[in-house]
Design a protein around this ligand. Structure first.
Ligand code: PEP
Length: 245
């Protein structure tokens, strides 16, 4: 079983230097029973005070190591800005930037090469769930990365984020999430059985202070990827506190 829960904040295109100050101050009161990751817009990364209380991550990474790719950020640049994690394949990037599974695989390879831990985001749309295709969709998203590169699994975090639950206020129920997390772990075991036991599988989709506790009691939920509620420092702290075993 993964050692500690990981609570990750995805600020998306939000945040400010003022928010950094509030959040980083609050997090100093948290002890080390939970791992915390903040993924702000990349321009804010360098403004976080150096502290042992949380890790930093970017929200996207280029599939290239360097070169003439205007507007892109390489793994090396992200690392130099102070991050040690990076999100890959968030549904908003799959949807608004037409990111394919192949592209996401290349981004994960770049992340690992640069020494960053990729957080691979996967999940089904509402239509796919209604058609009972959830497992098929997720299996395909995982296979696109780990079937050809099983060695990347031990270096990854997975975030199960049903698209219908992101930013909608409608979280998956703890039982629904657990069922899918258990499926994800079984699938991953086909690529690397040892890594599958230890890989952290986060749940994301309308997590808040009121619903997180029930999610965290599920056997295969190893933390959360939190969007909207991560912009409210007091609520985000409550979520982190709930994740202590
Ligand atoms: C997300 O953007 O990854 C997310 C889970 O958002 P929210 O918590 O707002 O649903």
């Amino acid at each position: 079983m993964p050692a500690k829960k990981l609570i990750a904040a995805n600020w998306k295109m939000n945040g400010s230097r003022a928010l950094i100050e509030t959040v980083s101050q609050q997090l100093t009161t948290l002890n080390s029973e939970v791992d915390v990751l903040i993924c702000p817009p990349a321009t804010l990364l360098a403004y976080f005070p150096v502290s042992g209380h949380y890790s930093l991550g970017a929200q996207d990474i280029s599939e290239h190591a360097e070169g003439a790719y205007t507007g892109e950020l390489s793994g090396g640049l992200i690392k130099e800005a102070g991050a040690s994690f990076v999100l890959a394949g968030h549904s908003e990037r799959r949807q608004y930037h037409a990111e394919s599974d192949q592209l996401i695989c290349a981004k994960i390879q770049q992340a690992v090469t640069a020494g960053l831990t990729p957080v691979l985001c996967i999940g089904e749309t509402l239509a796919e769930r209604q058609q009972e295709n959830t497992e098929q969709v997720i299996a395909k998203q995982l296979a696109a990365v780990y079937a050809s590169h099983p060695e990347l699994l031990a270096k990854s975090v997975i975030a199960y984020e049903p698209v219908w639950a992101i930013g909608t206020g409608e979280s998956a129920s703890p039982e629904q999430a657990q069922e899918t997390h258990a499926f994800i772990r079984r699938q991953l075991a086909e690529y690397d059985s040892k890594a599958a036991v230890n890989v952290r599988i986060l749940y994301g989709g309308s997590v808040n202070a009121a619903n997180c506790q029930a999610l965290f009691t599920q056997a295969d939920i190893d933390g959360a990827l939190v969007g909207g509620a991560s912009l409210k420092p007091a609520e985000f702290m409550q979520i982190c506190q709930s994740a202590k075993d």
